[in-house]
Structure formats: structure tokens, C-alpha cells
Design a protein around this ligand. Structure first.
Ligand SMILES: Cc1cc2nc3c(=O)[nH]c(=O)nc-3n(C[C@H](O)[C@H](O)[C@H](O)COP(=O)(O)OP(=O)(O)OC[C@H]3O[C@@H](n4cnc5c(N)ncnc54)[C@H](O)[C@@H]3O)c2cc1C
Length: 306
């Protein structure tokens, strides 16, 4: 129930205005978001890299409605990649991007061209790109663009969402040599016709997908904070004899940092997803929707004076 309220709020411009201008909001945002500028992104990336963690950076912005906005977002990524290279932060840091921020809803060819320019800049910077996955209406288009990009940039990463009924099939398709696939549970409000609704069904689907990816030939990226999923993934890594450079764990910035450190200390590759930029609102609402403790944190900050 609360989850759907916050997922609806993520799409509400009225709520966005209210929350973005609340004086206490800054403190809440910095728990989950590196900051608004490239310098913030570089600072947080440097700290995480010093701690032995890998990083994927997300310039926040989604549902871009004009071509100018899409081009500006693409340019932000080009600047980011150059600065990461100049700061010696590649290959530890890669970038994650949302095709909706590249104009996918206006014209998917435009989104492809922008993503392609970013892939080229990533190669130049000595790193790579992962395409985030958004709501189910975009899945086919995103996987088609991924396939096109991989012809010239084979290391481009995919994201698959375990809550979608189709995903086991997509895992089978993508579990091929060199294919980087991030498996997550899925963060959007989806109808029963396309997605499992109960936590148990989503978790069971996640494990089925995990088995396919870990037993396949690709490079699985296990994106979850769930202790049970992480324990099962560690077990499958032993079972399928995967070395630390043959799969990785991924978690969001600000969520379970002690667990990130524990896995890294155990010799695993752990990548932290670090968002930055002005458009943090939708991202923050999805994090609050996921976990009541995040809501309590948010409520406390909103009602406190500082
Ligand atoms: C790196 C990364 C990239 C992602 N990319 C995408 C994407 O492209 N598209 C998309 O739809 N979604 C994406 N997601 C979000 C994802 O789909 C889930 O919505 C999100 O990760 C929550 O699911 P979960 O598996 O972490 O565990 P949940 O089901 O949220 O939680 C399960 C359990 O994990 C533990 N836990 C969770 N959060 C915390 C916390 N804050 N502190 C302590 N314990 C906690 C608790 O024990 C909890 O019961 C991404 C997630 C990650 C980590």
C-alpha cells in the first residue's frame, strides 16, 4: 500500500515541488545521492575507490521530454567520463544511464544515438556503460537498443528485473559469453499481467533468474541488498566455481555500506551505484517506496527543524 503511494508520488509534479523545496530535504538527499555536480560525483567515487569498491555513476534525470534536454544529459555524461579518466578513476568507475533520459519516449533512434556517443566516450575513458531498465513499456525498446550497441560496444551492460514474468527468458537470451547482466528485483509499479506481485513470488523468480545467469556464460551483476539473495548468490558462485572476476555484487549508495565492505573484504567485486544531479526526486521516492525504514528516516527529517 505505502509502496504504491510513494511510487505514485514519484510521478507527481505537485509532490515534487512540495518536497524539493522543503528546507530539510537536502539532508535526506545526501544520504542516497552524491550531490548535484560532477565534483560531488568525483569526490564520492574517489572515496569508494579508496575503500576497494567499484562504482557505477548515474546522472539523475528521467522521462526527458525535449530533444534539447536529452542532448544536455548526454553532454553531462561525456563530461563525467572525461573527468573520471582525468582523475584516474577509470576503470574502477563505469556509468549507468536511463534511455528515457536520452529521449527514448520522444524517438528511440535519438536515444540510441546518444547512448552510442556515451559508449564511445566510455571506451575512450577506459570504461564501460550499463543501460538501466525502466518500466515494462520500455523493455523491448531497451533490449533492442542494447543489442544494437553491443555490435560495436560488446561490454555494454544490460539490466533485467526479476519481477517481470518475461525475465527468465531474457536471462537465457543474455547469458552468453562476455554479456554483462545486472539482475535486480525491479523498482516500478507494474500490473499483474506482466509482473509478479508478492514479495515471495518476486524472490523466487529472482533465484530462478540467478541460477540461469550464474550457470551461464555471461558476467552476472547481482544487484540486491537482500541478505537471503546475497547468501544464495555466494552459494551459487561456489557451486558454479565462479572466480571474483567472473561476477559481481552491486548495491546502491547509502544502503547497507557495512555489507558492501564485508563482501569486498571477502574478496568479492562490489560495485556501488552512485546517483548525482539535480533530478533526484523520482530516484529518492523509489528508495522510500522500497523500505519502511527509509520512510521513517524521511519523515523524521521532514518534521525536524534542521
Ligand atoms: C545497483 C543497483 C541497480 C539497480 N538498477 C535498477 C534498474 O535499472 N531498474 C530497476 O527497476 N531497479 C533497479 N534497482 C532497484 C531494484 O530493482 C530494487 O528495487 C531494490 O534494489 C530493492 O530490492 P532489494 O533486492 O535490494 O531488496 P528488498 O526486497 O528491497 O529488501 C529485501 C531485504 O533486504 C534488506 N534491506 C533492503 N534495504 C535495506 C537497507 N536500507 N538497510 C538494511 N537492510 C536492507 C532487508 O533485510 C530487506 O528485508 C537497482 C538496484 C541496485 C542495487
Amino acid at each position: 500500500m505505502l509502496r504504491s503511494v510513494f511510487l505514485a508520488a514519484a510521478r507527481s509534479t505537485r509532490m515534487e515541488r512540495l518536497i524539493s523545496t522543503a528546507p530539510v530535504t537536502k539532508g535526506i538527499v545526501t544520504r542516497f545521492v552524491a550531490g548535484t555536480g560532477v565534483d560531488d560525483a568525483l569526490r564520492v567515487t574517489g572515496t569508494l575507490a579508496d575503500d576497494g569498491l567499484a562504482i557505477t555513476l548515474d546522472y539523475l534525470g528521467e522521462d526527458t521530454l525535449t530533444a534539447e534536454q536529452a542532448t544536455a544529459t548526454k553532454d553531462q555524461y561525456l563530461t563525467l567520463l572525461k573527468e573520471l579518466k582525468d582523475a584516474g578513476l577509470t576503470p574502477a568507475a563505469e556509468v549507468s544511464l536511463k534511455l528515457s533520459a536520452m529521449g527514448q519516449k520522444i524517438d528511440d533512434r535519438m536515444a540510441y544515438e546518444h547512448a552510442r556517443a556515451i559508449c564511445a566516450a566510455a571506451v575512450e575513458a577506459g570504461t564501460t556503460v550499463t543501460l538501466d531498465m525502466e518500466d515494462h513499456t520500455t523493455t523491448d525498446s531497451t533490449l533492442e537498443i542494447l543489442a544494437e550497441l553491443r555490435k560495436d560496444y560488446p561490454s555494454t551492460g544490460a539490466v533485467l528485473q526479476a519481477y517481470l514474468r518475461r525475465t527468465e527468458g531474457d536471462c537465457r537470451e543474455l547469458a552468453t559469453a562476455g554479456s554483462r547482466v545486472r539482475l535486480c528485483k525491479g523498482a516500478y509499479a507494474e500490473p499483474e499481467s506482466v509482473a509478479y506481485q508478492s514479495t515471495l513470488d518476486v524472490d523466487k523468480a529472482y533465484v530462478r533468474c540467478l541460477n540461469i545467469l550464474m550457470s551461464g556464460d555471461g558476467y552476472p551483476m547481482i544487484a540486491s541488498h537482500d541478505p537471503r539473495i546475497i547468501a544464495i548468490a555466494e552459494d551459487r558462485a561456489r557451486w558454479f566455481d565462479r572466480r571474483p572476476d567472473e561476477f559481481e555484487f552491486q548495491m546502491l549508495y547509502g544502503i547497507r555500506p557495512e555489507e558492501q565492505a564485508r563482501l569486498a573484504a571477502d574478496g568479492h567485486t562490489v560495485r556501488v551505484y552512485v546517483p548525482y544531479g539535480d533530478e533526484w526526486y523520482g530516484y529518492l521516492m523509489r528508495r522510500i517506496a522500497e523500505r519502511p525504514a527509509n520512510l521513517a528516516f524521511f519523515g523524521k527529517a521532514l518534521t525536524s527543524k534542521k
